[in-house]
Design a protein around this ligand. Structure first.
Ligand code: AMP
Ligand code: ZN
Length: 483
C-alpha cells in the first residue's frame, strides 16, 4: 500500500484529491476533540474511530504521523454560534462541582471509550486551558485588523477575510442559524474570540486579557493549538460534519487572519490542506441526546452485553461520509460479523507470523484492500477484502496470519487479541455460571447425537429458564447468548 496514491475527500473543495504531504514523508493531522462537560455518546465516538482510521492509514502508507486531538475544557457554548451558556460552566453548576473536576471526570471517561474502541493514542492530547496565554497572543495578533470590541467581548469581523464560509458553502450575509442578537455585532456571522465576564459576575474559569477578564471563544482554541503544535499549513483537519457549518469556517477565518493569507481557492490559506468530516450516527428514538435519561454511551452498549469493538465494526461497515443509523439489531449483526472473523483468525493463532510475502493466493484480496483504503478510506470494501483473505484455503497458516495482521493494522479490530468467548453477549447484571452452561451444552449435544430428543429438549428448557438463549441454527456453531 505504500506506493499507490491515497485519495481523500476534501470538504473545502468538495472533491476527492490525491494526498500530498506538506512535509515530505510526514502527515500532520488535527482532530477536534470532545467538550468534556458530559460523557461522549457513541455518535461522538464515530468521529474518533474515523480519525483513527485516517491516522492508521497514513501510518500504513509509511508516513510519520503527528496526530493531535484536543480536549475542550473551556469556551464551547450550548450553541455553536455564540449563544447560550458555556457548556462546562453549566454542567458544573448543575452538579455543584468545580469545572476542573467535571473536566477531569469526563476526560477520563472519554479516554476509556477511546481505549475500548482500539483508537490509537494521538501524539498529544492538547488541553485547551493549557493554551490560554497562546490564545491571547494569537488574538492580539489579529485584533487590530480583524476584530472589534463590544460590551460582551472581542468579535471577529468575517468580512475582513476572503471567502468566509466557503467550507459551509454559506453566504456571509444573514448566514442561517447565526446569532445576531448580540448588541453591537456588525454581521450576523461574526463570532466572539474573547468573551468578557459580565460586570458583577464571577466565572469559575476566567483569565485577564487586554479585553478584560473573560474566557476564549471555542473556535479560537483549535486555531491556536493547530498552529502551535502542527504549524500552518498542516495536512489534514478533521471533525464531525456539524463542524463544517460554523466551527471550522470560523477557525479558517482566524487562520487566514493570522497568516495574512488570501482567499480559499488555495486550500493552504485555510491553515490545512484538507478538511475532512465524518457524517453522523443517527438514532430515531432520540437516545443520542445527552439530555435523554439513558443516552447512548459506549458503556450502555457494554452494559447490555456487547463488546465495544462490535461498535467499531458497525462504524467500519459504513463509509465515513454516509449517515449511519444505529439500531440494536445492526449492532448485533456487526458483532456476529466480527465474531466470524475472530473465529477464522483463531484458527491461525498458533502460526508464527511472518513478513507479508508476495503470495499469489492473496494478491487479489491485498489489491482489493489497498484500493479500498486508498479510495477515500473505503472501509466497507476493505472489510470484505479481509473476509476474502480469511477464506483462502490450502495455504500456509503463517503467511495467512501475516496478511490478516497487515490488513488489521489499518482497521484496528484486534482480530488476534479477541476470542469468540469475549464476544459473547453478556448483559452486566445477568448472574450466570458459564461453566455450567457450557457443560449443559455438551450434554445436550451428546443427547442429540444419540437422537435422544426428549433429553436434549429438556436441557434446552433448563437453559432457557436460566435466561440462556441457545442458537441452534447459528452458523458459528454451538453458540449461546444471555437474553
Ligand atoms: P463535541 O464534544 O460536541 O464537540 O463533539 C465531538 C465530536 O463528535 C465532533 O467532531 C462532532 O462533530 C462529532 N459528532 C457529534 N455528534 C455526532 C453524531 N451524531 N455522529 C457523528 N459524529 C458526531
Ligand atoms: Zn475544533
Amino acid at each position: 500500500m505504500t506506493d499507490t496514491p491515497l485519495s481523500l475527500f476534501n470538504s473545502l473543495t468538495r472533491s476527492v484529491e490525491p494526498f500530498s504531504p506538506v512535509h515530505p514523508g510526514e502527515a500532520r493531522v488535527y482532530t477536534c476533540g470532545p467538550t468534556v462537560y458530559n460523557y461522549p455518546h457513541i455518535g461522538n465516538m464515530r468521529a474518533y474511530v474515523f480519525a483513527d482510521i485516517l491516522g492508521r492509514t497514513l501510518s500504513f502508507k509509511g508516513l510519520k504521523l503527528t496526530h493531535i486531538i484536543n480536549i475542550t475544557d473551556v469556551g464551547h457554548l450550548t450553541d455553536d454560534a455564540d449563544d447560550g451558556e458555556d457548556k462546562m460552566e453549566k454542567m458544573a453548576a448543575e452538579k455543584a462541582q468545580s469545572i476542573w473536576d467535571i473536566a477531569q471526570h469526563y476526560t477520563q471517561a472519554y479516554w476509556a471509550d477511546v481505549k475500548a474502541l482500539n483508537i490509537r493514542e494521538p501524539a498529544k492530547w492538547s488541553i485547551a486551558t493549557d493554551y490560554i496565554e497562546e490564545m491571547i497572543e494569537f488574538a492580539k495578533g489579529i485584533a487590530d485588523k480583524h476584530c472589534y470590541e463590544c460590551a460582551t467581548g472581542l468579535y471577529f469581523d468575517v468580512t475582513t477575510v476572503e471567502d468566509y464560509g466557503r467550507l459551509a458553502r454559506a453566504v456571509t450575509e444573514d448566514g442561517e442559524g447565526r446569532i445576531d442578537t448580540v448588541e453591537g455585532k456588525r454581521n450576523a456571522a461574526d463570532f466572539a474570540i474573547w468573551r468578557k465576564t459580565p460586570d458583577g459576575e464571577k466565572r469559575q474559569m476566567e483569565w485577564d486579557s487586554p479585553w478584560g477578564k473573560g474566557a476564549p471563544g471555542w473556535h479560537l482554541e483549535c486555531s491556536v493549538m493547530g498552529e502551535k503544535l502542527l504549524g500552518f499549513p498542516f495536512d489534514i483537519h478533521t471533525g464531525g460534519i456539524d463542524h463544517r457549518e460554523i466551527h471550522h469556517p470560523n477557525e479558517i477565518a482566524q487562520n487566514q487572519a493570522f497568516c495574512g493569507c488570501g482567499g480559499l481557492s488555495d486550500a493552504r490559506n485555510s491553515g490545512a490542506n484538507i478538511w475532512m468530516h465524518n457524517n453522523f450516527l443517527v438514532e430515531r428514538s432520540g437516545k443520542m441526546s445527552k439530555s435523554s435519561g439513558e443516552f447512548l454511551r459506549l458503556q450502555l452498549l457494554m452494559d447490555k452485553g456487547y463488546h465495544p469493538l462490535a461498535y467499531r465494526m458497525m462504524c467500519l461497515q459504513a463509509h465515513y461520509r454516509s449517515e449511519l443509523e444505529f439500531s440494536w439489531e445492526g449492532l448485533e449483526a456487526a458483532l456476529t460479523r466480527l465474531k466470524r472473523m475472530v473465529m477464522a483468525a483463531q484458527r491461525l493463532a498458533d502460526a508464527p507470523s511472518q513478513p507479508v510475502a508476495e503470495h499469489p493466493k492473496f494478491a487479489a484480496s491485498l489489491a482489493k484492500f489497498e484500493a479500498a483504503m486508498n479510495d477515500d478510506l473505503g472501509t466497507p470494501s476493505a472489510l470484505t477484502a479481509i473476509e476474502d483473505a480469511l477464506a483462502v484455503k490450502k495455504v500456509d497458516a503463517g503467511i495467512k496470519r501475516a496478511v490478516i495482521e497487515h490488513m488489521d493494522s489499518v482497521l484496528g479490530l484486534g482480530l488476534f487479541d479477541l476470542t469468540r468467548e469475549a464476544l459473547r453477549i453478556r448483559p452486566k447484571d445477568a448472574a450466570t455460571d458459564e461453566a455450567a452452561i457450557e457443560d449443559a451444552l455438551v450434554r445436550r449435544k451428546a443427547a442429540r447425537a444419540e437422537k435422544d430428543f426428549a433429553a436434549s429438549d429438556a436441557i434446552r428448557d433448563e437453559l432457557v429458564a436460566q435466561g440462556v438463549d441457545v442458537m441452534d441454527g447459528d452458523p458459528l456453531g454451538w453458540e449461546w447468548k444471555l437474553s
